[in-house]
Design a protein around this ligand. Structure first.
Ligand code: ADP
Ligand code: ASP
Ligand code: MG
Length: 427
């Protein structure tokens, strides 16, 4: 992404002329009703009083985007990505207007900005668009007039069409705007007071982290921790945006700092495993008695790749007789039916006996930059899971994480087991 202001140098770093700038993002639960919108206004008022020019990015009220998505599904069998975005982007328009009015009601000059008005230019991949360019100048002009900029998150513009950035995309809007206006900081306010060692709703013993390395947060988010959208972490990392995750439910007059995403080198005590993530939206496919010959993997995975289906974990069992083998792999749950249809269509070309699928699986991952320099981290987990009678269906590892695929019924037990195993429990 090239962010216009940063690229053209028009975004003076906040340390330059004028007031320092701040981006504050409030997620769905933080703007769920008018009382909460008023609470957001108090947070904004505090930062303004502290001397910042503020851009606030808001999500739709919680539950709203789901409702809009369901209406789209109800409207017609034919899926129109362009009209989907017209509908689902509307939730953010409502909260942006409401917050601007609330601020004005408190004698704080403010105006709302929709994606097309700034504009936030994106790719034309409706429903999952990527921000390509943001002009920071209009927002800066608003600051010069003394206004708080209230920006509708999640939305952008491609050609003359409204786009949306994928679920959770307001995080990405916030970080991208912070980069475009040269903000000193981007604060992501949500319903938890920071990034935890795992989802605190699943593991009450999860610990809040003061700091998390960008690379770790990137893996956590990619592997299921929905506290930040993956793309927002990538942008924070590449544009060096100082980003905090913090709670909107803190007393606006005495807020806590939350969790800072930072470079690995800025974390003094680095544990081997920093966090555990889990993703329930995986599906497993097993092809039984696949002909064991050169080219068979390509025959299976090329058609899936051509159909834009991401294959994640792959396990090939060694064949007993040299003639046939079993192949297991995972695809996103949403692509399960499509993947099965493609494989069934190409069954005779690939040459397999039968296809078995499962949706009731979960991928559990352990993440930590400390894994780079320690051996046997994953092996310890395999043993601990086996001791609890949990069967592992597939495994993948990389430099700073490993993942196991298990039955969904054991998800919470497995997360808690690994969380304790790596000493992450709160004492
Ligand atoms: P928002 O609506 O503010 O964008 P989200 O629901 O998208 O909020 O993200 C916040 C949620 O992320 C939390 O309520 C929590 O349940 C979940 N979550 C998952 N993993 C983690 C984690 N490691 N640390 C903190 N929260 C997490
Ligand atoms: N409202 C959108 C969603 O629910 C974007 C966001 O909340 O970040 O996905
Ligand atoms: Mg979110």
């Amino acid at each position: 992404m090239s962010i216009a202001a940063a690229k053209s140098g028009t975004a003076e770093k906040s340390s330059g002329a004028g007031k320092p700038r701040l981006v504050m993002k409030f997620g769905g639960t933080s703007v769920a009703n008018m009382d909460r919108v008023r609470n957001v206004a108090r947070h904004v008022a505090r930062e303004r009083a502290a001397g910042y020019d503020v851009a606030v990015v808001v999500s739709a009220m919680s539950g709203k985007t789901n409702e809009l998505v369901a209406w789209c599904q109800d409207a017609a069998k034919v899926y129109s990505p362009r009209e989907y975005d017209v509908v689902v982007s509307s939730g953010e328009q409502v909260t942006a207007g409401l917050l601007a009015m609330t601020l004005m009601g408190q004698a704080i000059p403010a105006r709302s900005w929709l994606g097309w008005q700034i504009p936030i230019r994106t790719s034309d991949a409706h429903g999952a668009a990527r921000i390509e360019d943001i002009d920071g100048a209009p927002l800066a002009e608003g600051f010069a007039r003394g206004e708080v900029a209230v920006v509708a998150g999640f939305q952008g513009l491609a050609g003359d069409g409204i786009t949306t950035l994928g679920r959770g995309g307001s995080d990405t809007s916030a970080v991208a705007i912070a980069a475009a206006i040269g903000a000193e900081r981007c604060d992501i306010y949500t319903d938890v007071d920071g990034v935890y060692t795992t989802d605190p709703r699943i593991v009450p013993k999860a610990r809040r982290l003061d700091r998390i390395a960008f690379e770790e947060m990137l893996e956590m988010a990619s592997l299921g921790a929905k506290v930040l959208q993956v793309r927002s972490v990538e942008l924070a990392m590449t544009h060096k945006v100082k980003t905090f995750v913090r709670s909107s439910f803190d007393d606006p007059d005495a807020p806590q700092p939350g969790t800072l995403m930072c470079d690995e080198e800025d974390i003094v005590e680095q544990p081997i495993v920093t966090g555990i993530a889990f993703a329930r939206d995986e599906a497993q496919i097993t092809l039984k008695r696949v002909a064991d010959r050169p080219g068979v993997a390509a025959a299976i995975f090329l058609p899936l790749a051509e159909a834009n289906i991401n294959v994640d974990m792959i396990v090939q069992v060694a064949s007993d007789d040299g003639a046939a083998t079993d192949m297991t792999f995972t695809v996103p749950g949403a692509e399960f039916e499509r993947a099965k249809a493609i494989l069934t269509r190409t069954q005779s070309e690939i040459g397999f006996a039968s296809l078995h699928g499962a949706r009731d699986v979960v991928k559990i991952s352990a993440i930590g930059v400390g894994m780079r320099s320690h051996a046997g981290v994953a092996a310890k987990a395999f043993k601990a899971l086996a001791d609890k009678g949990i069967n592992i269906r597939a495994i993948t590892t990389s430099e700073i994480k490993f993942s196991v695929l298990i039955d969904e019924a054991y998800a919470e037990l497995a997360v808690r087991t690994l969380h304790s195993l790596y000493g992450l429990d709160q004492v």
